[in-house]
Design a protein around this ligand. Structure first.
Ligand code: 6V0
Length: 316
């Protein structure tokens, strides 16, 4: 039996993303208990051993073990990063069929345990699989959250930070829409220390619109470049998932750009997409509706359309 006031997080899928998430979670001592499940039981057991051996160096020891679906019953959060990843040349949307089948199985096992917490989904295509998790689990939409464009927004802030030579935390800028090829930058609300980036480009000759466009392309295509070089991407997303987990467990009411269920916001409904949202202990408290300009709204509608077509094919 789990003690009261102890936070338990269960990870399902201890591959490159899952193991990196586990490493970040233990290093930041986010939860008191961390359980690892993988269809490859040896990988889960080996990871738990390896992580436990470093526990003495963490800010607080996290009780860590390779578990079973029964452990989900008392978990506050189940984070899923199980499934196939992109091979060179594959888009995220190419993974739909393979990963939907895996998710049907995983989510029904989690729910059969009596789980009543919050799902965080990382597996690609993340917006589709977050929707699938919501459907398969029957949980309220607020308690199923995808990583969405949290990583893309973080890549965006990093590159803009380099460009303007300012630390990324002082850049406020979002990538929204599908976590994938149809995502879009919200330039109309991007600021550096409160100054609109579009104004900076107008006022200072050294900054150019073409450079901004190139920054966005690099963000959008970052996964392809990393996969070409080292086969997979995992550290960035793992840190993003850890940030989401912290926001929930610490009841932070922080705004993160995650995949949330849209119910009319941004003129779109019945789809999960990356948008800024207030995250707390209840999951998604609210979606932040930024007023998009006409071009941004068109791009957003297109992104929604692409995702909805996939949902229609697979869920009707
Ligand atoms: P990986 O290293 O192949 O790990 C996948 C893990 O899932 C393996 O350990 C498998 O054994 C395990 N697994 C497979 N089926 C099951 C099952 N039924 N039950 C339990 N475990 C299972 O892949 P990697 O970790 O690189 O990627 C995982 C997923 O994350 C992929 O879909 C990626 O595309 C996705 N990513 C998502 C990102 C995001 O921004 N949301 C970023 C990077 C990767």
């Amino acid at each position: 039996m789990k003690k009261e006031n102890v936070n338990r997080v269960v990870l399902i899928g201890a591959g490159a993303v899952g193991s990196s998430y586990a490493f970040a979670m233990l290093n930041q001592a986010v939860a008191e208990e961390f359980v690892i499940i993988d269809v490859n039981e040896d990988k889960a057991t080996g990871d738990a051993m390896d992580l436990n051996h470093g526990k003495v160096f963490a800010p607080n020891p996290t009780k860590t073990w390779a578990g079973t679906y029964q452990d989900c019953k008392d978990a506050e959060i189940v984070c899923i990063s199980a499934g196939a990843n992109q091979q060179p040349g594959e888009t995220r949307l190419d993974l739909v069929k393979k990963n939907l089948a895996i998710f049907q199985n995983i989510v029904s096992e989690v729910m059969a345990s009596g789980f009543n917490g919050i799902f965080i989904v990382a597996t690609n295509p993340v917006d589709i699989l977050t929707y699938a998790t919501w459907k398969f689990s029957g949980l309220p939409k607020e308690r199923v959250i995808g990583s969405g464009t949290i990583l893309d927004s973080s890549r965006f802030r990093y590159l803009l930070g380099e460009y303007f030579d300012v630390t990324p935390s002082n850049i406020h800028a979002n990538i929204i829409g599908e976590h994938g090829d149809t995502e879009l930058p919200v330039w109309s609300h991007a600021t550096v220390g409160g100054v609109p980036i579009l104004e900076l480009v107008e006022r200072h000759e050294e900054y150019k619109v073409e450079d901004l466009e190139e920054i966005f392309i690099n963000v959008r295509d970052a996964a392809y470049h990393i996969i070409e070089k080292k086969g997979a991407t995992y550290y960035g997303i793992a840190m993003g998932l850890t940030r989401m987990t912290k926001a929930i467990l610490n009841n932070e009411n922080v705004i993160l750009t995650v995949s949330a269920y849209l119910n009319g916001q941004y003129g779109t409904e019945d789809v999960y997409m990356g948008v800024p949202a207030i995250v707390n202990r209840e999951g998604i408290r609210n979606i932040v509706e930024v007023s998009l300009n006409e071009k941004e709204q068109q791009l957003f509608n297109h992104s929604a359309e692409v995702l909805k077509n996939i949902l229609t094919t697979n869920f009707e």
